[in-house]
Each structure stands twice: as C-alpha cells, then as structure tokens.
Design a protein around this ligand. Sequence first.
Ligand code: OAD
Length: 237
Amino acid sequence: MSKHVFILTGAGISAESGLGTFRDKHGEGIWARFDPMELATPQAFARDPKRVLAFYDARRRNLLEAKPNAAHVALARLERELAGRGGELTLVTQNIDDLHERAGSKRVLHMHGELLKARCQNCDAVPVWPGDLTVEDACPACESAGALRPDVVWFGEMPLHLDDIDRALRDADLFVAIGTSGAVYPAAGFVAEARAYGVPTCEINLEAADNAYCFDEARYGPASETVPAWVEEKLAS
Ligand code: OAD
C-alpha cells in the first residue's frame, strides 16, 4: 500500500455539502454567475471593497450552514489510518472552506487561504473571522481600522505553502486529485510535477477534468460515493 499519499482537493469535494463549484461543463458554476475580475482580484478590492466583502460575507454565511460530507470524512480516516501504519497523508486543498477540518483532518494546507480568517494589510495578523467583515472593522492585533481583507488568495496573487507542497510531491508515492477542474494553475500543474517525480497519479471527479489526460487512472462519480470507496480499497490493499 502507498504510504505517502498526496491529495489535492477542489470545490467538487464540497459540492454535495451545498457549496457551489466555480466552473462546470454546463455553465452553472459561481464564475458563470459572477465575474471573478470584479470580485476576486486585489484591483477589484481596491476599487470596490464593499462589493468584494459582501460576496465573501455571503459565502461565509453559506459555509457556516454547510456540513462535511462522506468524502471529507473518508479523507480524515485515511489520514488517521496512514499515520497508524507509519505513513503520511499530505492534504492540500484549493478550497477556502473548513470542511476537511470539521470532518477531523488534522493537517490541511489551504493553498488559496481560508474564508473564516481575515488578514490585516497593516500588520499581517491573521485573526479568526467567522462573521461579516466590513471596511470599518479594526484589526484585533494592531487596532488599525479599515485594513482587514479576507484571508483568501485572489487571482494574480501567489498561492500559499508552495515549498511544502513541492517537498511533499517529491516524497509522495501516490498523487490523487479530487473534485478539481484542472483549470487553475499552479494546482492544475501538480499532476505533471508528480509524474515528473515518477509518482503514480489518479483523478477522482464527477467528470473528466481539463487535465484528465495527465492522469494514469480515473474514477468518475459523486465524491461522497467515489472517495469513501477508494479509501476503503486503499486501506484494504
Ligand atoms: P472548479 O469549480 O473549477 O471545478 C470543480 C470540479 O469538481 C469540476 O471538475 C466538477 O466536475 C467537479 N465536481 C462537481 N461536483 C462534484 C461532485 N459531487 N463530486 C466530485 N466532483 C465534483 O473548482 P476548483 O478546481 O477547485 O480559486 O477551482 C480551482 C480554483 O478556481 C478555486 O480554488 C478558486 C477558483 O477560482 C480562487 O478563488 C483563487
């Protein structure tokens, strides 16, 4: 059995928890209804912070009503059982929700940041922020007002944890991408990196991702069914 498993998750793993995905083949994703250039760039925030904050407030409220599904729970189990067998799971998510943590995952690398945190542009503090965020709010650390933004990575900004991710890809003996469209880099390029390191690769998705041709193996279906089945199989092997 693989002992160092690298898993990359995307919006598809949280879809059955009621959080929308960004893009799908039927044009119904969040970015088909909202323009990301107006809501998810540093320029958009500078131009119209209230509009950007309102978008993230709505997503935060939605998240607080959502619950982890069987796919999140299965990955938390995989982390525990691998650790019990002397192995390790590196769980990297593009998701800004906290459903992996609520399902019991202990170590999650949020490469696109976290919705339930804010970031102070004055002192770099990252306070936990479960409520709405306004342009008047003061930073709990430096007390400056109006300097807080959502702790999420916007288009044109550098994703987080890239050094840890590269190290883990190098050490992995299995790479699995779950519920991600393979449309946004650098995450969409991790599969090619894994292959270059000689790591076997598997896609688990509702339908073929844009980079599906890069994977050695694919399993298609809803994550709440495919992920628990795959974890069961891995742990039995
Ligand atoms: P996308 O919305 O681009 O892709 C979602 C993927 O999940 C698609 O491939 C769907 O087929 C799949 N999917 C949908 N429902 C599913 C289900 N029930 N089970 C399994 N798979 C399902 O989401 P990401 O790839 O995560 O970045 O998007 C990457 C980044 O683009 C996001 O992190 C976000 C976005 O813009 C930023 O905001 C910086």
